[in-house]
Design a protein around this ligand. Structure first.
Ligand SMILES: Nc1ncnc2c1ncn2[C@@H]1O[C@H](COP(=O)(O)OP(=O)(O)OP(=O)(O)O)[C@@H](O)[C@H]1O
Length: 262
């Protein structure tokens, strides 16, 4: 028993939570979380993923585990293995697809706790895809589970960046170090004419990061292949080519920041 306790303590100490947040919905937080987890796993890390976006869980779709039910051992959930080398848990695994989840704060908080306190085995980095916004659930989560760091996702336009700044405030309040900002949907490469245009502006997140004194971790272009592959449950980070490279670059920057001694 004593040995088990030692093992559990050691395990707890070595596992770090990486929170992925955004102020605004729909900016690609879930897409980044999934692909960051896959990209870090490809770099040889043991990575797990928790979909804490309890009101609109999308990770089962993104990582092709829709319809799978996690098993439980002694009331502890066992994560579902995705085909991409990343074990995962999502509220989407616990409810029927498409079923509305209308929980009040405390219930939502305890459900999230079950996902985070599951049997993550050897997982060393647990990526947590937070619900959008800066409400109570997010703050409670941060205070209770003390992520080692947070990554903020934003599109380049001003409104999203104002919300991203609010999300940074949330992490500051929870005393969680913000590792940096990722710009998503930056530059649209037209598959027909080959021209690059900037529907949401360009470089806004990099400027905001600089203004806030935060590292800029990289950008992901607005690319129809990313949406198509994501919808098909094939994370672009698991493939080859420019999309996979974009996520690998961000994963390296995140790991460098995460591995830095405090
Ligand atoms: N770089 C990109 N290029 C093309 N499509 C993208 C890109 N990033 C995200 N998308 C698409 O945009 C939509 C929203 O992305 P996603 O669900 O990741 O956002 P979110 O911030 O997690 O939203 P939510 O508010 O649901 O939490 C999805 O259809 C996704 O496939």
């Amino acid at each position: 028993m004593a040995e088990l306790r030692v093992a559990l303590t050691a395990e707890k100490r070595t596992r770090r939570i990486l929170a992925v947040g955004s102020g605004k919905g729909g900016v690609g937080k879930s897409t980044l979380s999934a692909n960051l987890a896959v990209a870090m796993a490809r770099l040889g890390r043991k990575v797990g993923l928790v979909d804490a976006d309890i009101y609109g869980p999308s990770q089962p779709r993104l990582l092709a585990t829709e319809g799978r039910k996690p098993e439980a051992r002694d009331k502890t959930m066992i994560p579902v293995q995705s085909p991409w080398g990343v074990p995962m848990l999502s509220m989407g695994h616990l409810v029927q697809p498409g079923q509305a989840i209308a929980w009040r704060g405390p219930m939502a908080g305890s459900a999230l706790g079950q996902l985070i306190e599951a049997d993550w085995g050897e997982t060393e980095i647990l990526v947590v895809d937070l619900p959008p916004g800066t409400g109570d659930i997010q703050l409670t989560m941060l205070q209770k589970y003390k992520p080692a760091g947070a990554v903020i996702v934003s599109t380049p336009q001003d409104l999203a960046l104002i919300d991203a700044t609010r999300a940074i405030g949330l992490f500051d309040q929870g005393k969680v170090p913000v590792l940096g900002l990722v710009e998503n949907m930056a530059g649209y490469l037209c598959p027909h004419c080959g021209q690059v245009s900037d529907p949401f502006g360009h470089g806004g997140a990099e400027v905001t990061a600089r203004e806030l004194g935060l590292p800029f971790l990289g950008r992901v272009p607005l690319d129809i292949a990313i949406r198509q592959k994501s919808d098909a449950g094939e994370p672009p980070a698991a493939g080859e080519g420019p999309q996979a490279q974009a996520f690998a670059t961000i994963a390296r920057a995140v790991l460098a920041a995460l591995d830095q001694p405090a």
